[in-house]
Write a protein that binds this ligand. Structure first.
Ligand code: COA
Length: 516
């Protein structure tokens, strides 16, 4: 695990480096703050900033982090979604990964009812990949005005370039602050205007901060410099009269067991099972007044390959579903469906701890109705309305990923441990299936089977699937909200549950038809 954490830190360092030393130095020489420095000044001193999707774009042709820093930070005591362009990476231009990250940030802000603060300095669309971003990218501006209509304030602090389509970030925001001699907000710059109408102009008269503050009225506040813009941004949040709509946490005790133990719990060979209770006891609140037992296990004698039960994390109540032996059988699926309904009945958020190789296959299990039972679990997960948070600790394969509330099932947050692996099935199994299918196809055509070619294909496919199952790759694809150190799990979940409490938790009794 420590080796894997080193790899994770190296990838995170790439994201922090942004466009690299040369561009960072040039940016600083212009008297500007880096994206992360702007965030550090914006959030309350000593508060936690939960960075989200820092590895977006990892392993792609684009810089790790996708020219954007985003996360949840506390500003004047208010949990806000913060989205900052990184102008050291291709002028802060948005590429396909930036877009995925921005859409996900908007979804998190919407589902958890958070105000949004955009720290703007971007060259707009990454022009070489415009075909992938121009048309879907319009959603960014739509989301901003929908946030406003949803009574979730949006604030734009404009530090630099915000031109063409990008002008609609301040254009659609509720509050706009522009930095004097820094902000440049226009639909078309001087060359474009010259081409379009023949008019001679300059940056300042087309879109400077002074002009927007005194003449067009697009800027509500003129900041004398970047620090002043951040100060004004904080004052705007202070006046939002923000009240969280959810409940407050109970007093809590620290976990019974030391979180350091999480480092050597997951075997490097995921075929070896581990007991998720060992994880739970290091993550949930320890026993204390009002919480006499740290983890009250539900149905412990039935479907023992899935552990279910009730606990608290940082004083917030949660129901937990955690895979034990890896495989989900009919009993486990039915137990999960029942447990999810129970959590909905009492408005309790759910935590899914993944380590599953999927639902059991084979004649006995098919005849026993494994599809029906898996469908009951997926029905319950899909229609449940209490907030869900998923942590992929180990394996998350096949439909097990769906039943355990994988990314497609919209958990409020999904984090991955460095030990995780996720794919449609294991690499060996997948290569084996392809080999069996190819062999059968050759036989059907009456052709001899190329055994040497088969061995090479299997080795290639195995290596490829293995690589694509790993956390850095999956996080690069923005299939999670971040890869975390297992020892930070409790802190991260505590922040998530606090963020979730921006609105009330409301369960449902409305599910799809359960195939019984
Ligand atoms: N798409 C792709 N690459 C872009 C880009 C964009 N929209 N904007 C900037 N870049 C690249 C530059 O080519 C340069 O790459 P290089 O260093 O590998 O040569 C790098 O980002 C830095 O750009 P540079 O112009 O040196 O930075 P700057 O800080 O002096 O200026 C901008 C930044 C954004 C003001 C300027 O690059 C610009 O005007 N870009 C075009 C803006 C635009 O018209 N976008 C279309 C809007 S939809």
């Amino acid at each position: 695990m420590l080796e894997k954490l080193d790899q994770l830190r190296a990838a995170q360092a790439e994201a922090v480096a942004g466009g690299g030393e040369k561009y960072a130095a040039r940016h600083k020489k212009r008297g500007k703050l880096l994206a992360r420095e702007r965030i550090e000044l914006l959030v309350d001193e000593g508060s936690a900033f939960l960075e989200l999707m820092p590895l977006a774009g990892w392993g792609s042709d684009f810089a790790t982090g996708a020219s954007m820093v985003t996360g949840i930070g506390v500003v004047e005591g208010v949990e806000c979604m913060i989205v900052a362009n990184d102008p050291t990476v291709k002028g802060g231009a948005s590429n396909p990964w930036t877009l995925k990250k921005a859409f996900r940030a908007a979804q998190i802000a919407q589902e958890n009812r958070l105000p949004t603060i955009n720290l703007v300095e971007s060259g707009g669309a990454d022009l070489p990949t415009q075909k992938e971003i121009f048309i879907p990218g319009g959603k960014l501006f739509r989301d901003l005005t929908r946030a406003s209509a949803d009574r979730r304030p949006t604030i734009a602090l404009v530090f630099g370039n915000s031109t063409a389509g990008g002008a609609y970030v301040p254009g659609m925001s509720d509050y706009v602050v522009m930095v004097k001699e820094g902000a440049k907000v226009f639909l078309g710059g001087p060359p474009l205007v010259k081409m379009a109408t023949g008019e001679e102009s300059d940056d300042e008269s087309l879109g400077g901060a002074e002009m927007h503050a005194r003449t067009s009225g697009l800027a509500d506040y003129l900041a004398v410099d970047e620090e002043d813009a951040i100060r004004i941004g904080r004052r705007i949040v202070a006046r939002l009269n923000w009240r969280k709509g959810g409940s407050t946490p109970a007093p809590f005790a620290e976990p019974e067991l030391d979180p350091d133990g999480l480092l050597d719990l997951v075997p490097s060979d995921l075929k070896e099972p581990f007991d998720p209770r060992e994880v739970i006891r290091r993550v949930v609140d320890g026993p204390g007044p009002g919480n006499e037992v740290a983890f009250d296990e539900f149905k412990p004698l039935y479907g023992s390959s899935l552990v279910t039960g009730w606990a608290r994390i940082h004083g917030w109540p949660v129901g937990i579903l955690a895979n034990a032996q890896g495989i989900l059988f009919s009993q486990e699926a039915q137990k999960a469906a029942q447990f999810i309904q129970l959590a909905n009945q009492v408005d309790t958020p759910l935590l899914f701890l993944h380590n599953t190789t999927g639902y059991m296959v084979g004649k006995e299990y098919e005849q026993g109705g494994i599809i029906k039972h898996g469908a009951q679990m997926i029905n319950a997960v899909s229609n449940s309305t209490v907030p869900h948070v998923s942590v992929i600790m180990g394996a998350s394969y096949g439909a097990g990923n769906y039943g355990m509330n994988g990314r497609a099932y919209d958990p409020r947050f999904l984090f991955t441990w460095p030990s995780a692996k996720s794919a449609v099935m294991g690499p060996q199994q997948l290569a084996g299936v392809m080999s069996i299918v190819a062999r059968a196809a050759a036989e059907a055509k009456g052709q001899p089977y190329d055994e040497e070619g088969d061995a090479a294909m299997r080795a290639f496919v195995e290596a490829q699937i293995e690589e694509q199952s790993l956390p850095l790759f999956l996080s690069g694809m923005v299939y999670d909200d971040g890869v975390i150190d297992p020892r930070d799990t409790r802190t991260v979940l505590g922040i998530c549950l606090s963020v979730i409490a921006n609105q009330p938790v409301e369960g449902t009794s409305k599910f799809g038809v359960f195939r019984l």
